[in-house]
Design a binder for this molecule. Structure first.
Ligand SMILES: [Zn+2]
Length: 81
């Protein structure tokens, strides 16, 4: 039952009729559900919504790399003209 409740809270899966019937009769699962919703809400508040996941950040850094210019060569003054 705990697994069903976790999926319901974390993934938004609807509770089946049996689960709902059990939940209405089982105080332990009601407490579990309340606890899971509290934890889930805390997790949502912790994660800033605007931050892109790391998988999106890495490619943009790789793209930016080649555009960094090499420093100008200063050895040209040593050439024997
Ligand atoms: Zn139960």
């Amino acid at each position: 039952m705990a697994e069903v409740l976790e999926r319901h809270v974390a993934l938004g899966e609807p509770l089946g009729r049996e689960a709902q019937a059990h939940l209405s009769a089982c105080g332990a699962c009601q407490a579990e559900l309340a606890f899971l919703e509290e934890v889930h809400q805390a997790l949502l508040e912790d994660v800033p919504e605007v931050a892109p996941p790391p998988s999106l950040r890495t490619p943009s850094l790789e793209v930016a790399g080649p555009h960094v210019r090499a420093p100008p060569c200063s050895r040209w003054v040593l050439r024997p003209w």
